[in-house]
Design a protein around this ligand. Structure first.
Ligand code: SF4
Length: 100
């Protein structure tokens, strides 16, 4: 997701792939949670943001970037922060059934 306020002030922050982002014309609040958002409102907001991502021509680049730098918040590449953290988490140790 792009912070267009920041980009207007410092356009050098724009990565080449972000110039084609579908979220450029969207409200940044759709992609980043407000404080104390209730679960139902969050789920509806995330669904709307993901719908924008679904028509975005740079979804793959956005998702790869967010996973590479471990973006800590917001919707990036149609993934929530929780979904990204889950993807980045190391696999749980497999129980061997043996005692050490
Ligand atoms: S995938 Fe979603 S968050 Fe990423 S640039 Fe596209 S619309 Fe924005």
């Amino acid at each position: 997701m792009l912070d267009t306020d920041r980009l207007e002030a410092r356009p050098e922050y724009l990565r080449p792939w972000q110039r084609d982002a579908a979220c450029l014309s969207e409200d940044v609040g759709l992609f980043f949670p407000p404080e104390a958002e209730r679960k139902g409102a969050r789920l509806r907001r995330e669904a709307r943001a993901k719908a924008v991502c679904g028509r975005c021509p740079v979804l793959a680049q956005c998702r790869a970037h967010a996973l590479k730098v471990a973006e800590p918040s917001g919707i990036w590449g149609a993934l929530t922060e929780d979904e990204r953290m889950h993807m980045l988490a190391p696999p749980s140790p497999v129980r061997s059934g043996q005692r050490s």
